[in-house]
Write a new protein. Structure first.
Length: 288
């Protein structure tokens, strides 16, 4: 870790839009001796809407000053504007667990990017309900665990998965073909990202490429979203599409769609790890 990374922090803010917010935040950081290196903002309305901000800054001896910084910002700025906010240090590397079944394309994309430094996190383990991908995962030096899931043991299986994944900051469903229980999801609020193999809200459920083929679509896509108790209805993070024509068969649609899935999921995961996403109700604000 270089000194710049060790002294870099990110501040995410949501509040009612009012005059003076930018000045208050930037003035606070200035008086702390911080140097702002990036600032993104968005307001839902010209007047009186919701306001969102992401600030990245550098500050000497940041780790030792973090608690004082949190307390001072809360009392001097956040309370005044009734902000929802969080401060993260880049040096606090996030931990990520992955859930997968038998299909490997989304999983391998994440492992490949991580191995080459493209995902700023520690992948702690991969958990699957099948043995199929053990060798592929262990070749990357990542621990692999199997937790079988059936209609008769779901409560016990999800309790075991929750136990295995404790300590992680993020879980990624890289084509995990099981529906997580409401109790499990409730323990990981906005900390589970799923890749859905269609352009939501279209073609929800099983075999979306067959559904797309039957409808004669001219575009196929993929959607990365946070997981909530409502199946495939969580806040959308990223989507993409590819154009197809009438002469594509189901297998060609699937092959092209898997390419889209890989990239959409990787982008969504990276943005989460980089603190670029603010969830607002059932929507997200993504500062790219």
């Amino acid at each position: 870790m270089n000194m710049t990374t060790a002294n870099t922090a990110r501040l995410l803010i949501t509040c009612e839009d009012k005059p003076g917010i930018v000045q208050a935040v930037s003035s606070f950081l200035y008086h702390q001796g911080a140097n702002i290196t990036a600032l993104d903002q968005y307001a839902t309305e010209a007047q009186g809407g919701r306001y969102f901000m992401r600030v990245e800054f550098e500050l000497e001896q940041l780790k030792t000053r973090k608690e004082t910084l949190l307390h001072t910002f809360a009392s001097n700025v956040a309370e005044r504007y009734d902000m929802q906010w969080r401060l993260t240090l880049v040096s606090d590397v996030k931990k990520m667990g992955i859930l997968v079944s038998k299909v490997d394309h989304a999983l391998l994309e994440l492992l490949w990017r991580h191995a080459r430094g493209g995902l700023p996190c520690e992948i702690t383990k991969v958990v699957s309900n099948h043995e199929t991908l053990r060798e592929a995962v262990e070749n990357f030096g990542i621990p692999f665990e199997v937790v079988p899931v059936s209609k008769d043991n779901k409560a016990e299986a999800y309790a075991k998965i929750d136990e295995l994944m404790q300590g992680n900051d993020l879980l990624v469903l890289a084509r995990y073909m099981q529906i997580l229980s409401e109790d499990f999801v409730a323990k990981w609020p906005m900390k589970i990202i799923n890749i859905h193999h269609s352009f939501l809200p279209a073609f929800v459920g099983a075999n979306p490429y067959k559904q797309a083929y039957d409808k004669g679509v001219k575009l196929i896509g993929a959607t990365a979203h946070y997981v909530t108790a409502d199946l495939d209805q969580g806040p959308i993070i990223e989507q993409d599409v590819e154009r197809v024509s009438h002469d594509y068969n189901v297998e060609q649609l699937r092959e092209l769609g898997e390419d889209v899935e890989r990239n959409v999921l990787a982008r969504a995961v990276k943005w989460h790890l980089q603190d670029r996403i603010i969830v607002d109700g059932n929507k997200t604000v993504v500062f790219q």
